[in-house]
Structure formats: structure tokens, C-alpha cells
Design a protein around this ligand. Structure first.
Ligand code: FAD
Length: 385
């Protein structure tokens, strides 16, 4: 038995909930460029998005392994965790680095869904992946911080109450290490929008709500600083391994969806007097993708196992994300290819899932950056940037 065969209780329960939202539901949301509010509400009410919040704060106190199974099942059902995964893992920053007051105030409300912490503002238009060069700054003025700058690609702002924001509190020229001098803050979006923060939506290939954010003297209370001033970049990095493992799980869910879909179609579609799935030219890419998804899944479980045991898991989390994003993309290609023209018809859902899974080669971290992590941190090759 592999770890993938475990957690049947969680799988069955998440599958049952997801079954109430058939393909027509997700297709309709995608066509309208809408938000799956009912789906996210149902997941929240059932407590699935609070899996990682400890019981003392109203969550279910499960491990990353179980959380990854939840994300996997959402995507395997034909849904897209991208609408709500922020609610699952953004709170980790608060949990690890927030003060007791912040944890007691925010976490129970996040667990119940009263407050949505769906957004994290890191990326900037002029710096991209080179995060230590961010230009958004936060200046302390009495009991407030004043924020000026710009962010790009920030997800789910219109479906979130709170955002974790990374900004420079000490200029880059004045810090000993470039990773120092940045801080993270909780931004109350309702207070901020129109009062120093403007939001400009970015239409994109996926139905994934993203925005440009403009800060012009946005004032936030000093008590909204998370942890110690100047340590924000480290705090963000601390959360990345969990994020990588969960995104890997979503890709694995997508991969299974593509394989299930194309296998069923290849058995029934008859061309030249036989099912197309009888041709090895059709079978092999599907079989290959299946093998790669299963391998990625094992790496995901290894990353989660180490994370849950408080052991270093950077290599495994990054490798799981790399393998899973690649495997789901290969499965997507096989699925669309062997649906022939029908793969492009919206009613088959293949083109939608195809677009959705493509994102994960670029965000939240691009494949190249994972390769450089492994080259440098696992293999000891010289740092390339
Ligand atoms: C739909 C979507 C949602 C997103 N949501 C959020 C969000 O909620 N919050 C947030 O902060 N950000 C978000 N992002 C931003 C995302 O994290 C970045 O797009 C991603 O990290 C890549 O950064 P970039 O776009 O600036 O690319 P760049 O850094 O400009 O890189 C461009 C390309 O060059 C390659 N490259 C760059 N440097 C190197 C190098 N040294 N070696 C080899 N290759 C290199 C990269 O791999 C990449 O393919 C989102 C993006 C998208 C598309």
C-alpha cells in the first residue's frame, strides 16, 4: 500500500462535498469569469480550509499531509484550489510568527470563515523573482506605518478580507544582508481600498483573480506588523515549503483528472474501427504521464512527512512541486491531444483544466527557480544569481 491509498476518510468526505459541484458548475464560473463562492463557502463550512489551524484556534489541527490530500481531491474533482488555497496556507505566517494577540484575534475568525486571509502581496512589476530588490516601502510614523509602492499579480484581493504584505522597512543600501530590512504586515483590505490602496484587476488566461495594487501613503496601524521588523523575508521563506507541497498536491489532483478523463475517452472513441486507446501511440503518452504523476505523488508525501516531523524539507518540497507541475502538464497535453477537436470544446472541460494547470510552471515559483534551488542547495553548485 502506498501513502496515496491512505487517508480514505478525508478523500471520501472531500469527494462527497465536491460531487455536489458538478463540471457544469465550474464551467459556468469559468465562462462568466466569476468566483466559485458557493464551492469555497461549502469547503469553509465543512472546515476543510482550516485543516492547518491548530484546534486551540478553532481549526482541525491536521498535518500538511492531510492538507495536501484535501487540495489534491479538490482538483481531482474538476475544481480549482487556486480559488481558495490562500485561505489554507497564508495563515501559516501568522501562526508561526504572529504575536499571541494576533493569533487569538485572527486565527479563530479565519478558521470559521468570518475573515478570509486569501491574499499575499510579494511580487512587484520591476523586480519579479528578485524579491530582495522590492521597492514598496513601509515607513514608521508614530503608531502607524505608511506604505508606498506597487505590487502585481496579487491573487484573490476581491475575495479576501486580509492580505499579508511584504515591504521594505530599511533601504537595501543600509542593510548588511539583502534579505534583511523587509517586514510583513496584515492589511485590512476593506480599510485600505480607496484610502491609499488602489486595485486594478488583471485579466489573464486562467479564471484566477489577479490584481495590480498601488499604494499611495496607505496608513496601517503599527500593531499590524507580524513578528520582528526587518525579518519579513525570512518569515515568507519559512512558509514556502508548505506552499510548494500543497501546490504539488493540486497538480497531482489535476494530473489524475486528466488521466481519468482521457482514459475514459480513449476507451470509447472509435476511429478506424477500433477504440483510439488500442493504439500504442495513444496509450504510451497516457501511461507515461500516469507513471510521472504517481512518482510526483510519492515525493509530495515525502515532503509532507518531513514537514510534519519538523525536519528540513526544502529539497523535497521543491522537487515535488517541480515533478508534479511537469507531470500534470504532460497529462494535460495527452488529454487534449487524444480528445482531438473535442479537447478544445468548452463542454469537455479539458481546455479549462489545461489552462489552469499550465499556471503552475510559472507561479507561485517558476520551474527555472526550482532548478536553481536544487543546483545550489542540493548539489552545491555555485549560486547563479
Ligand atoms: C495567476 C497568477 C497568480 C499570482 N499570484 C500571486 C500572488 O498572489 N502574490 C504574489 O506575490 N505573486 C503572485 N504571482 C506572481 C508569481 O509568483 C510570479 O509571476 C512568478 O514568481 C514569476 O515572477 P515574474 O512573473 O516576475 O517573472 P520574472 O522573475 O520576470 O521571470 C521571468 C522568467 O525568467 C526566468 N528567470 C528569471 N530569473 C532567472 C534566473 N536567474 N535563471 C533562470 N531563469 C530565470 C523565470 O523562470 C521566468 O520564467 C502570481 C502570478 C500569476 C501569473
Amino acid at each position: 500500500m502506498t501513502p496515496a491509498d491512505d487517508y480514505t476518510d478525508i478523500r471520501d468526505a472531500v469527494r462527497a462535498l465536491c460531487a455536489e459541484f458538478p463540471p457544469e458548475y465550474h464551467r459556468g464560473v469559468d465562462e462568466k469569469r466569476g468566483y466559485p463562492a458557493e464551492f469555497v463557502d461549502a469547503l469553509t463550512k465543512a472546515g476543510w480550509l482550516a485543516a492547518l489551524i491548530p484546534e486551540e484556534f478553532g481549526g482541525s489541527g491536521l498535518g500538511l499531509t492531510e492538507a495536501s490530500v484535501i487540495m489534491e481531491e479538490i482538483n481531482r474533482s474538476g475544481g480549482n484550489s487556486g480559488a481558495c488555497h490562500g485561505q489554507m496556507y497564508n495563515m501559516g505566517t501568522l501562526l508561526r510568527h504572529g504575536s499571541d494577540e494576533q493569533k487569538k484575534y485572527y486565527l479563530p475568525k479565519i478558521a470559521s470563515g468570518e475573515l478570509r486571509l486569501q491574499s499575499m502581496g510579494v511580487t512587484e512589476p520591476t523586480t519579479g523573482t528578485d524579491t530582495t530588490k522590492i521597492k514598496t516601502k513601509a515607513e514608521r510614523k508614530g503608531d502607524r506605518y505608511v506604505i508606498n509602492g506597487q505590487k502585481v499579480w496579487i491573487s484573490r484581493i476581491q475575495h479576501s478580507d486580509l492580505m499579508i504584505l511584504l515591504a521594505r522597512t530599511t533601504p537595501l543600501e543600509e542593510v548588511e544582508k539583502k534579505s534583511r530590512g523587509m517586514s510583513i504586515f496584515i492589511v485590512d483590505l476593506k480599510d485600505a481600498i480607496g484610502n491609499g490602496m488602489e486595485v486594478k484587476p488583471i485579466q489573464n488566461m486562467v479564471n484566477h483573480e489577479t490584481n495590480e495594487l498601488f499604494f499611495d501613503n496607505l496608513e496601517i496601524p503599527a500593531e499590524n506588523l507580524i513578528g520582528e521588523e526587518g525579518m519579513g523575508f525570512k518569515y515568507i521563506l519559512d512558509g514556502l515549503n508548505a506552499e510548494r507541497a500543497l501546490i504539488a498536491a493540486e497538480c497531482i489532483g489535476d494530473g489524475h483528472w486528466f488521466i481519468d478523463k482521457v482514459t475514459a475517452y480513449a476507451k470509447e472513441r472509435v476511429v478506424f474501427g477500433r477504440p483510439i486507446g488500442q493504439n500504442q501511440g495513444v496509450q504510451f503518452p497516457i501511461a507515461e504521464s500516469h507513471i510521472e504523476i504517481e512518482a510526483a505523488s510519492l515525493m509530495r508525501f515525502e515532503a509532507c512527512r518531513l514537514f510534519d516531523a519538523n525536519q528540513p524539507c526544502g529539497a523535497q518540497a521543491n522537487m515535488a512541486k517541480y515533478l508534479a507541475a511537469k507531470a500534470s502538464w504532460e497529462a494535460a497535453n495527452a488529454c487534449i491531444q487524444f480528445h482531438g477537436g473535442f479537447g478544445f470544446a468548452t463542454e469537455y472541460d479539458v481546455e479549462r483544466k489545461f489552462r489552469e494547470t499550465r499556471l503552475y510552471q510559472v507561479a507561485p515559483i517558476s520551474t527555472n527557480l526550482i532548478l536553481s534551488y536544487v543546483a545550489e542547495h542540493v548539489l552545491g553548485l555555485p549560486r547563479s544569481f
